[in-house]
Design a protein. Sequence first.
Length: 179
Amino acid sequence: MSAPSNLINASLFIVGWLACVLGGSTWWLLIPLVALTVHFVLVSSWSAEGKTVVSVMLAGATLDSFLLQMNVLTYPGDPALVPLWQALVWALLGTTLNHCLAWSGRSWWLASAVGAVAALLCYSANAALRGVGLGQNPMSTLAITSISWAVLFPLLHGFAQLYREQHRMQMAADKRKSR
């Protein structure tokens, strides 16, 4: 992936993440939707990365919903499931695995380390900027989320790699058929 594409990808993620965290469940959610659309037009394609983005969104929303049900996390308005803005953050993260964060998937331990540190930063920022509660004991919550991400992030990279290979094989098969 080229440096300009990685820069576009990282910029779209940051803009989308800020809109989600600062805007919550308001019209600001149009911004991450636009960021996702621009990503699929300028950086990649739905056929190449759609499964990755959806898988990351579902895995992340499931994890956060589980943590919510276990009272490890609380969201403003006390929702039963993770709010839409948080699910969109996970979708945006899915766009980065093959681009600006591809380097973090070179080995499982690197992905685990990046995941652990990213969890600390993301949940701390969500608490400060969006009012996400970190449970009865914030240090324990951050440890739980950090360990969760240390396990989840290498798995997400594994799915991204699998889907890349499936897409590559499909493109090769389509090319052979067209001859």
